[in-house]
Design a protein around this ligand. Structure first.
Ligand code: FES
Length: 101
């Protein structure tokens, strides 16, 4: 059953236009800030396991730093490939950033 879990504090979010890796328990997430729109997705690229949170944001997509596959920050879909990364619903409550995991 999925529930909202605290991912980080608002102050821990990357600046606009950037992404970062955030560890929650034993999981690592890619947290991206696309012009103030926050996305939380799995950090592991489905191609060869690259760290998406170390990637760059371009046109609403996170670009994997290893081989440049691009994943939509809202849907997790890869372009133009048939692959997908799980993206989690985000909620901001006060100073806490939550994601529905
Ligand atoms: S590991 Fe991400 S594109 Fe290859």
């Amino acid at each position: 059953m999925s529930e909202f879990v605290r991912i980080c504090g608002r102050a821990d979010l990357p600046p606009a236009g950037e992404a970062r890796e955030i560890t929650v328990g034993e999981r690592i997430f890619c947290v991206a800030n696309d012009g103030g729109s926050i996305s939380v997705m799995d950090n592991v690229c489905p191609h060869r396991g690259g760290p998406l949170g170390q990637g760059m944001i371009e046109d609403g997509k996170i670009i994997c730093p290893w081989h440049a596959w691009a994943f939509d920050l809202k849907t997790g879909e890869a372009h133009p490939l048939a692959s997908k990364v799980p993206v989690y619903e985000v909620r901001i409550e006060g100073e806490d950033v939550l994601a529905k995991l």
